[in-house]
Design a protein around this ligand. Structure first.
Ligand SMILES: Nc1ncnc2c1ncn2[C@@H]1O[C@H](COP(=O)(O)OP(=O)(O)OP(=O)(O)O)[C@@H](O)[C@H]1O
Ligand SMILES: [Mg+2]
Length: 232
């Protein structure tokens, strides 16, 4: 039996010594290939929790294990490696490179990670896999795919960020409000596509959203701030 994708034990986190606890006694596990919907009010710590899961922040107390690895005990370089190889992240603010083309942005993880490159190669190569994912996300137009990302609408950029997270079949996908710029119909399509791609790759998913109409599509739903409190 492999370890769960995510295993948090008594985690506490604050951004600075003099700041309040954002996460104050959080314990939960997410299985491999499990899809979780995470909701909660603004400022309740959803993005902070994703930062802990991505190894961008490390717990002040307690243990965060991701894909069998104890993130708090690893060096920054080792966490960067794990993230590049095995975690697809859709950031709340996208983090796309505006001067690169759409396809170049999507294939970026394959440049930094031999593991993601090999996984994409097994599916026809990074550019072809990028075009397939973009096409599935409604961005199949060849002219659009050659454009610089900075010339796209916000909703289009959000879908480019999703394709970039999915390329190379990472073991875990973290998505922070990935549908906020999409209209209602596109949101549902987007979530279904994301869940289908993740199921096909057996990737675990943590999907943060304010939009509760999407929650029913997930096998499991978690709620802040309850999740982040010891008494939960
Ligand atoms: N980089 C940071 N440095 C210091 N404090 C931070 C940082 N990021 C978030 N915080 C603080 O941590 C708390 C939780 O913020 P977080 O961004 O995790 O909330 P959220 O649930 O994602 O909210 P939203 O729904 O608005 O995105 C807030 O009080 C916020 O001010
Ligand atoms: Mg947030």
């Amino acid at each position: 039996m492999s370890e769960p994708a995510i295993d948090l034990r008594d985690v506490r986190f604050r951004w600075r010594d003099d700041a309040p606890w954002v996460i104050d006694g959080c314990s939960f596990a997410v299985g491999r290939a499990e899809a979780v919907f995470l909701a909660g009010p603004s400022g309740s710590g959803k993005s902070t929790l994703l930062a802990l899961l991505a190894g961008i922040a490390i717990p002040t107390q307690g243990e965060v294990r991701v894909l069998g690895r104890p993130l708090g005990a690893m060096s920054g370089a080792a966490r960067d490696r794990l993230r590049a190889d095995r975690i697809g992240v859709i950031f709340q603010l996208f983090n796309l490179l505006p001067y690169l083309s759409v396809v170049e942005n999507v294939t970026l993880p394959c440049l930094f990670s031999p593991a993601r490159r090999a996984a994409a190669a097994a599916r026809g190569g990074a550019p072809a896999e990028a075009r397939r994912l973009l096409d599935r996300l409604g961005l199949g137009d060849a002219e659009l795919q050659r454009r610089k990302v900075g010339e796209l609408s916000v909703g289009q950029q959000q879908r480019v960020a999703a394709a970039r997270a999915l390329i190379g079949a990472p073991a875990m996908v973290l998505a922070d409000e990935p549908t906020s710029a999409l209209d209602a119909e596109l949101r549902i399509e987007f979530v279904e596509l994301l869940l289908r791609e993740c199921a096909a790759a057996e990737s675990a998913v943590v999907f943060v959203s304010h939009d509760r109409s999407l929650a029913a599509r997930f096998a499991r739903r978690l709620e802040m701030p309850n999740l982040a409190r010891a008494a939960a």
